[in-house]
Each structure stands twice: as structure tokens, then as C-alpha cells.
Write a protein that binds this ligand. Structure first.
Ligand SMILES: [Zn+2]
Ligand SMILES: [Zn+2]
Length: 124
């Protein structure tokens, strides 16, 4: 089990299973939302993401189509990416918010075409 929280601590969550896939997403929407070169997300089964505290503080934003991004309404930490009809049972967690140590076996880079030049080369 992994635990995570937002910057201000209002939202606390736990992940009950081993995340399936971890990606650095270099799309322009993730760059904007995270204010960073890319966002790193791990996909977990919806039922394995449990909010321990502060679920009511979450705000959501519909960034494209059915995609919904959730963040802490107090501090703005990005927490969830979900709502994809192709992966209806899955949700992605921004793992920069984890408090538990987590070592993914591998991390894929996606939307590499829009990656910023100032982070150097990235792997597939
Ligand atoms: Zn917060
Ligand atoms: Zn993205």
C-alpha cells in the first residue's frame, strides 16, 4: 500500500494495489496543469484508490472530451487524471504527491513530440 497527499495536507489518499503503468506525460495540457516539463502518472484500478481525508476538497476540471483532472481546491496540487472511456476502470495518480517510497520497474515517456527542449533527451 502507498500513501500520498497534496501540498497543504488536506487531501490524503492511499493506493491499495501495485500501480500498473507509469508514464511521464509530455503533452501540453499536463505541462500547463503541472507548471512543469511533464507530469508523471501511475495507473491504478479505481477501486484501489481510497481517499482517507479531504475528498471534499478536491476540485475537478474537464481538460478535453471526457477527461477529468482532479486537484486540491486549497493548494492546487494535481492528483488525479481520469474519465477516459478506453480505460473506464482505471484512474491515474500524479505520483509526485506520494509520501511512500515507490520504485516503478519502468517509466514510459508519452507525447514526446511536445516535450520541452530544456530537459534534454528522454527514452521511449
Ligand atoms: Zn492541498
Ligand atoms: Zn498529458
Amino acid at each position: 500500500m502507498y500513501k500520498g497527499s497534496c501540498l497543504c495536507g488536506s487531501v490524503q489518499y492511499q493506493i491499495l494495489s501495485e500501480p500498473k503503468k507509469v508514464t511521464h506525460c509530455h503533452c501540453s495540457m499536463c505541462q500547463k496543469q503541472h507548471g512543469a516539463a511533464f507530469a508523471t502518472y501511475a495507473s491504478v484500478k479505481k477501486e484501489d484508490l481510497e481517499y482517507v481525508q479531504g475528498e471534499g476538497s478536491l476540485k475537478s476540471y474537464n481538460s478535453s472530451g471526457t477527461i477529468e483532472r482532479k486537484f486540491c481546491g486549497q493548494c492546487g496540487s494535481s492528483l488525479e487524471w481520469g474519465g477516459s472511456p478506453d480505460y473506464a476502470e482505471w484512474v491515474s495518480i500524479a505520483i509526485g504527491t506520494l509520501d511512500s517510497p515507490y520504485e516503478p520497474e519502468k517509466v514510459d515517456n508519452i507525447f514526446r513530440k511536445t516535450r520541452v527542449c530544456w530537459i534534454g533527451e528522454v527514452n521511449e
